[in-house]
Design a protein around this ligand. Structure first.
Ligand SMILES: O=c1ccn([C@@H]2O[C@H](COP(=O)(O)O)[C@@H](O)[C@H]2O)c(=O)[nH]1
Length: 303
């Protein structure tokens, strides 16, 4: 089952970190661009080689990677080829692969999305899904998660500053994000694994600790995918309430904070060796930070 595999890997590596493979142009080291081609036609190769370097550094350290599809789609077919190759390589390295695709549409269309991203050409282990269109737009993802032992994370309270515009609106005496939370718990009921969590999880932003605390209580069987740590300003202490007393219940994403760590230190004109060290150091630093946060608080046991 998706969720049990994810949790087992988190425990095995003592690390609730997912590295975001979000290769924004400005953070790609010059040495990789120079080696694989500066022309637009080479972009696929650049993205793929960049990701390969990153994955080789982080595979022994983390349980999972998350690919934000926008940074591949943005380049068209060549970008999507790099996306596909990266998914394959990360799986070979025994990483859990999450496709951050945030899809949501009428059921026939949602089914095509679910096939593409859970069993077809871009099959990941898990994906992110947008619940705005309601249960029938989610159903095809649930069905394929069940059939193929995959996972989905439903946007519940997102990390961006404007998320409150809709998600915090009070509807029938409760904020909208709580209505979504109860639905996500219901959708996940038949996919609960050995640790008490479902393969149907929720995206809960690290940047909203108050809401995260409320959501953890409202969603006892829902595993959280938590973006917002690092580049968006959230710190380890903001995230603690996403975890249960076992130190389980959440995996924390960092993209720019890890694959762009070199920018703060030196900029883009660095050697490949420097880039590798920078990615590895930033990943280890995040792991230490999260574990220290959990250990400092007597409420949490850490694996
Ligand atoms: O609420 C959300 C949902 C998804 N994201 C995605 O996570 C990463 C965050 O990247 P950083 O560089 O670590 O800020 C990115 O892919 C977002 O699209 C999110 O930030 N918030």
């Amino acid at each position: 089952m998706f969720i049990d595999q994810l949790i087992k890997k988190i425990i095995e590596k003592r690390n609730p970190t997912v590295v975001g493979l979000d290769p924004q142009e400005y953070l790609i080291p010059q040495c990789i661009i120079k080696k694989y081609g500066e022309e637009i036609e080479s972009i696929g190769e650049v993205l793929w080689q960049l990701n390969k370097v990153i994955i080789d550094q982080i595979a022994p350290l983390v349980p999972a990677v998350k690919l934000q599809i926008a940074f591949y789609e943005r380049w068209g077919i060549e970008g999507l080829k790099a996306y596909q190759k990266t998914i394959q390589y990360a799986k070979e390295k025994e990483l859990i692969v999450i496709g951050d695709i945030k899809r949501g549409d009428i059921s026939s269309t949602a089914q095509a999305y679910a096939i593409a991203h859970l069993e077809g050409p871009f099959a990941c282990d898990g994906v992110t899904v947008n619940p705005f269109m309601g249960s029938d737009s989610i159903r095809p993802f649930l069905d394929l998660c069940k059939r193929h032992e995959k996972g989905s994370f439903i946007l519940t309270k997102t990390s961006n500053p404007s998320s409150k515009e809709f998600q915090n609106l009070v509807v029938e005496e409760k904020p909208l994000y709580l209505h979504i939370a109860y639905k996500v718990e219901e959708w996940g009921k038949s996919l609960i694994g050995d640790y008490g969590y479902s393969s149907i999880g929720a995206v809960v932003g690290a940047t909203h600790p108050k809401e995260a605390r409320e959501l953890r209580k409202a969603m006892p069987h829902t595993f959280f995918l938590v973006p917002g740590y690092g580049a968006q300003g959230a710190r380890a202490e903001d995230i603690l309430s996403c975890f249960d007393e076992r130190g389980l219940g959440a995996i924390v994403n960092s993209s720019r904070g890890i694959i762009g760590a070199h920018l703060k230190e030196k900029g883009r004109d660095i050697s490949l060796e420097y880039f590798k060290n920078s990615v590895r150091n930033a990943t280890e630093k995040m792991q230490k930070d999260l574990l220290k946060g959990l250990e400092r608080n007597a409420k949490y046991k850490v694996y």
